[in-house]
Ligand binder design. Structure first.
Ligand code: SAM
Length: 303
C-alpha cells in the first residue's frame, strides 16, 4: 500500500527535498510575515502581555517554529524595544538551511522556552497519512468520520508535534494556520510552486500542504486555550488600520492600513485560525478583548 506520510516527508525533508534543500516560502507563496512588519508588531504586543503575566523573567523567549526564511523571527528581534528587547532571546527552528540574521539563533529541534512559541504555517507542513473511508483509524473515528470513498488527511502527526511543542512552554504557544473544524472537514492536499497552486507531486519539485484540523491540535495539547480568527486576534492586539494625519504621514498610514487589511481580510489571511494555549498564564489575560472559542468561519482560509 502506498505510504503517503513517508512519501510526503521524503518530498519535503528527505535528501534533496523541497524544504531540506533550502526552498524558502517567500519564493513560492505569500504568508503573513511577508506582508510587512505588522504581524511581528502584534506578536510583540502579545509577547509583552506574556512577559508581564510571567513577572518579567530575566530571559524572555520568542521561538519561531518552522521559521522558513526567518522573516518573522527577524522582524520580532528588530522591532522589540525597551526592557523586553534587553531580555529577549529569538530562536528560529527550521529543518531547512538557516539564514544568517542578526540576533536570531537557528536550531533544528523545538526547544523548551519561557515566553512565546509561535508555529506560523508550521503545522500545515507536517506530513500526514492519507486514508480512504470508511476507516477504523482512531484519529479518523474521532475527528473525521468518512463516508465510503471519501479521503482524509490523518492529523495525528500534527496533533503530536503540537502537543510536544506546547508541553515545553512556560508562557504561551500560538499556532497560526489555515484549517477546518470537525463540522467542516474537506480534503485539501495540494502543492505550491513559484506562487501557483499545482498538483501535489511527491518528487521534491513543490511544497506539499494540507489544511490543519486545529480543533484536534487544540485537544491534543490541552489546557487553557482559545481558537480565534486572525482577523479578530489582530484587532484585539491593536491592529485595526485607521488612516490618519495628512501629507506624508497620511500616505504612510494608508499603506499600513492596506497591509493590515490584507492580514485581516476575512476571505484570505484574516480567516486563518489562531490557536493560543496559556502555559502558567491565563489565555483570558492574554487576549482579554476576545471570548474564548469565538466562532471562526467553519472552513478558514484557502492554503
Ligand atoms: C509553510 S512554511 C512556513 C514558513 C514561515 N513560518 C512563514 O510563515 O512564512 C513551513 C516551514 O516549516 C518547516 N518545518 C516543517 N516541519 C518542521 C519541524 N519539525 N521543525 C522545524 N521546521 C519545520 C519547513 O521546513 C518550512 O520551512
Amino acid at each position: 500500500m502506498f505510504d503517503w506520510e513517508a512519501a510526503w516527508h521524503a518530498a519535503l525533508y528527505g535528501p534533496g527535498g523541497f524544504f531540506a534543500r533550502g526552498e524558502k516560502p517567500s519564493a513560492h507563496f505569500r504568508t503573513s510575515p511577508l506582508v510587512g512588519p505588522e504581524l511581528a508588531e502584534a506578536l510583540l504586543t502579545l509577547l509583552g502581555r506574556v512577559d508581564a503575566a510571567l513577572g518579567f523573567p530575566p530571559v524572555v523567549d520568542f521561538v519561531d517554529v518552522g521559521a522558513g526564511g526567518g522573516e518573522l523571527a527577524f522582524a520580532v528581534r528588530r522591532l522589540a524595544s525597551g526592557s523586553l528587547a534587553a531580555r529577549l532571546r529569538v530562536t528560529a527552528v527550521e529543518l531547512g538551511p538557516p539564514v544568517e540574521l542578526p540576533g536570531v539563533t537557528w536550531t533544528t529541534s523545538v526547544p523548551s522556552c519561557t515566553g512565546l512559541l509561535v508555529g506560523h504555517e508550521w503545522l500545515d507542513a507536517i506530513p500526514c497519512p492519507v486514508v480512504t473511508g470508511p476507516s477504523d483509524d482512531p484519529w479518523i473515528t474521532r475527528w473525521w468520520p468518512l463516508a465510503d470513498g471519501e479521503r482524509a488527511e490523518v492529523g495525528a502527526p500534527r496533533d503530536a508535534a503540537w502537543a510536544a511543542a506546547v508541553a515545553g512552554v512556560r508562557g504561551a504557544a500560538l499556532a497560526v494556520d489555515y484549517g477546518h473544524l470537525r463540522s467542516s472537514r474537506r480534503f485539501t492536499l495540494t502543492g505550491y510552486r513559484a506562487g501557483r497552486q499545482v498538483p501535489p507531486v511527491f518528487d521534491g519539485s513543490c511544497d506539499i500542504t494540507a489544511h490543519v484540523a486545529l480543533d484536534a491540535c487544540a485537544a491534543a495539547a490541552g489546557g487553557d486555550r482559545a481558537l480565534v480568527s486572525q482577523r479578530d486576534a489582530l484587532a484585539a492586539l491593536g491592529l485595526t488600520g485607521e488612516v490618519t494625519g495628512s501629507g506624508w504621514e497620511w500616505l504612510e498610514s494608508a499603506a499600513r492600513a492596506g497591509r493590515i487589511a490584507e492580514l485581516r481580510d476575512p476571505a484570505g489571511l484574516g480567516a486563518f485560525g489562531w490557536l493560543l494555549h496559556g502555559r502558567g498564564v491565563a489565555v483570558a489575560d492574554l487576549l482579554p478583548e476576545l471570548p474564548p472559542w469565538r466562532p471562526i468561519p467553519a472552513s478558514f482560509a484557502t492554503g
